[in-house]
Design a protein around this ligand. Structure first.
Ligand code: VGL
Ligand code: ZN
Length: 214
């Protein structure tokens, strides 16, 4: 079975948000258009406690963008974002959510960040997504959302690692781009790991044709 995984389309990653991704709101229409074409739609939310170790504000004298070591792992410091239950942590208001079957929350452990939808950055604790996909017989995953160069990238790499047929809907993703070119490099890395890069129009077009011929 095929599923669509909608990654972190949350207010704090949209223009005006705490960790705004340029043009981030452009992914909402793509996510909404694709949902009816999938048997299963699931989503993730970045879901941090206020004392999360990835927040620069929780480290005296540190600024967003600086690198620290957090519990043995290299960690980029971010502005305070997606704090559990705050308006910034909510899914975008314009995102269709009625069809979302299940939401997986990540980044809940204050001592380790979690870019991947499958597990934390140390791969110590799983989110439950991998087991869910297996239980449901989902072997093909289409991913889109925010941000290309962090949560989409690491989720896609883990999906490839798990042996799933993994697709990235490129026009449904936007990147943080701390360094110009990060999103392009991330896409190349995903492709090298075995992910297929697709455009939403291919999915919409194919689905229309198969329905017409049915
Ligand atoms: C993300 C940075 C920090 C993301 C989450 O969703 O890509 N990026 N937390
Ligand atoms: Zn985060």
């Amino acid at each position: 079975m095929e599923a669509l995984l909608v990654v972190d389309i949350q207010n704090d990653f949209l223009p005006g948000g705490a960790l705004a991704v340029d043009d981030g709101d452009a992914v909402i229409a793509v996510a909404n258009a694709l949902q009816p074409h999938f048997e299963r739609v699931i989503a993730t939310q970045d879901w941090h406690p206020a004392d999360h170790g990835s927040f620069a504000a929780n480290h005296t004298g540190k600024q967003p963008g600086e690198l620290i070591e957090l519990d043995g792992l290299s960690q980029i410091l971010w502005p305070v974002h997606c704090v559990q239950g705050t308006p910034g942590s909510r899914l975008a208001a314009d995102l269709e959510t009625d069809g979302i079957e299940k939401i997986f929350y990540k980044g809940t452990d204050p001592r380790v960040d979690s870019y991947s939808a499958f597990a934390d950055n140390a791969h110590r604790r799983k989110t439950g997504l991998g087991d869910y996909l297996q239980e449901q017989g989902i072997d093909s995953l289409y991913m889109l959302g925010l941000a290309t160069d962090y949560c989409v990238l690491f989720s896609v790499l883990d999906a490839c690692q798990a042996g799933l047929r993994t697709h990235v809907v490129v026009d449904g993703c936007r990147g943080v781009e701390l360094q110009p070119g990060d999103s392009e490099r991330a896409l190349r890395q995903m492709q090298q790991a075995g992910a297929q890069l697709v455009d939403s129009r291919e999915i919409l077009g194919t689905a229309t044709r198969s329905r017409a011929s049915a």
